[in-house]
Design a protein around this ligand. Structure first.
Ligand code: PXG
Length: 290
């Protein structure tokens, strides 16, 4: 594997950053997780846009233009002969000194890894996930806003540990008001009487690109969708439930906190939306090899 760091490619074993990088010392930086399907980088423009928005929110100056970032991402795929896979793009605050002041870091570092990812065992895409609600509350929007895809993922990792301890693969995180926010690496959707619902972004969720794509698919297919505040009561009484994310793609959920969702098997609307999403991955995105 060849890893891009600040304009150069390094072999996996040589791909290193300083221990004084504030990305490591303080989780100070932002990232994106992007997928390539069928020789195309799916929604690349949208991911790069979100990366720059995350950076702006933390006053991080990315030392290249969006166009250069797109080109570097494609170049990293080409260097790795990657046509299908997972791209992890990081911008760290860069090398500084001990002490959290970001002004001690003169230049941000850009790292691009093009490899593979598997979030959940394959069987769950067929039979659906069992998940639980966990005690760790999603970050408040006025602290580390969940809209910022920052390198500080401890909030999510704590929730994932709680899911692991409960013997399941994923966790529902509520916000500080008790409304459903999102899962540790996915947005949440439910279906109730043929209508699709997902929590509003103001509930404390990432502005998910897969979430957006699924809402677009629903509109195309004439499926009504809305973004109301959701409680666990709404989730327990849903006919169908699924999660979305670049890494997760669309994955059905069939049990939450011991309550069976709908019939206890992945639902029909979930299947229809998943099929439409699959079609989209074939035609959307920047071409890697021309
Ligand atoms: N919420 C959170 C907290 C996420 O981290 C999503 C929702 C889904 O957003 P997208 O834009 O991907 O539809 C995410 C995304 C990883 C990994 O490395 C995590 C994500 C995406 C890709 C890889 O574990 N999370």
């Amino acid at each position: 594997m060849k890893v891009y760091i600040d304009g150069q490619f390094f072999e996996e074993n040589e791909a290193k950053i300083s221990v004084f990088d504030h990305g490591l010392l303080y989780g100070d930086g932002v990232f994106e997780g992007i997928r390539a399907y069928h020789n195309r980088v799916f929604k690349l423009t949208e991911h790069i846009e979100r990366l720059y928005w995350s950076a702006k929110a933390i006053l991080l100056d990315i030392p290249m233009s969006r166009e250069e970032m797109i080109e570097s991402t494609l170049a990293t795929c080409r260097a790795n002969d990657l046509r299908d896979g997972y791209i992890r793009l990081l911008v760290t605050r860069g090398r500084g000194t001990l002490g959290l002041d970001p002004r001690r870091c003169p230049k941000a570092s850009v790292i691009i890894i093009a490899g593979q990812i598997k979030l959940y065992p394959s069987e769950y895409y067929e039979k659906g996930l069992t998940i639980v609600t966990v005690p760790t509350t999603r970050n408040m929007v006025n602290s580390v806003n969940p809209a910022i895809k920052s390198l500080n993922y401890l909030n999510n990792i704590l929730a994932r540990i709680e899911a692991n301890n409960a013997g399941v693969e994923e966790a529902i995180m509520l916000n500080s008001e008790g409304f459903v926010a999102e899962c540790t690496g996915d947005n949440i959707f439910i279906v109730q009487k043929g209508r699709l619902m997902t929590p509003p972004l103001s509930a404390g969720a990432l502005y998910g690109i897969t979430r957006n794509a699924v809402l677009d698919c629903a509109q195309e297919l004439g499926i009504a969708s809305s973004e109301p505040n959701l409680t666990r009561y709404d989730v327990y009484n849903a006919d169908e439930m699924f999660l979305t994310g670049t890494a997760a793609e669309l994955i059905p959920v069939v049990k939450v906190d011991g309550r069976v969702i709908g019939t206890g098997t992945p639902g029909p609307l979930t299947a229809i939306l998943n099929a439409r999403f699959r079609e989209l991955t074939k035609v959307n995105g920047e071409i890697i090899f021309r």
